[in-house]
Design a protein around this ligand. Sequence first.
Ligand SMILES: [Zn+2]
Length: 261
Amino acid sequence: MSHSHLSFAGDRLPYSLNASHLTSAFPSTYPFNVFAAGLTELLQETDDVDVFRSVITTLEDSSFRFLAVCKVAYGFEEVEALEREVGFYQRELRHLQGKYIPRLFGYFVGTTVRGTTAALVTSDEGRPLLKPFACLSLQFRKRVYRGLRRIHQAGVHHGDVLEANLVVRRRKDGSYWPMIVDFDRARKHECEVKGKKTQIYGPCPEPGEDVCFELYAIGGEEGLDIWRPNSRVRGFVDSRGGGDGRELRAGECGGAGNYIG
Ligand SMILES: [Zn+2]
């Protein structure tokens, strides 16, 4: 395994990184040594971190093709954060891969013209979410909350739950499935919600007692808005029943439907 490496093609990233960890569970056992990442789209770019959509191939098997997202970090600090992130994928969140978080393909490190460089390669699970939480269906908001709750139950505090850190795929039944990404601000966490059931549209829980602060905040009105409204005047009740009171803000949402580009 230690001899495997990943080569980035193209002008932006003309280098190879060595596999520090290569997952062997998915999509095959990878009997290959040399992978190439063809960059198809730049998703995010900051001073020290670039995120690309890419296709991973290997010369050793022309049928091998893995649609991936490569998160490439430069410099000691950013690489250290990426290493923590890969640790969560490998350990605490391993069982949630493919369900609530992407699957880990591999982690590659090396030295490039930009110094210490590392790449976290995960499965491509869809497009970044385009709409604010307030514009999403109740079904979708529940899915986001459940995913985050599972992450907490696994002992991880995300630290940066924003629309931008959800990727979304449209399923065969037409509904949208969210996956939670970007664990570089995550930390280990003993969650108050462990073993307890917080109810969606149940009474607003007590932060620090019924739920931890991150889950409380994300379930609140500025986030997923899934606690039962109580003292606040909402000004609108869906008379058809079963609505979630969100229609008021529909104008901000650019119409129903597509969550993704
Ligand atoms: Zn928690």
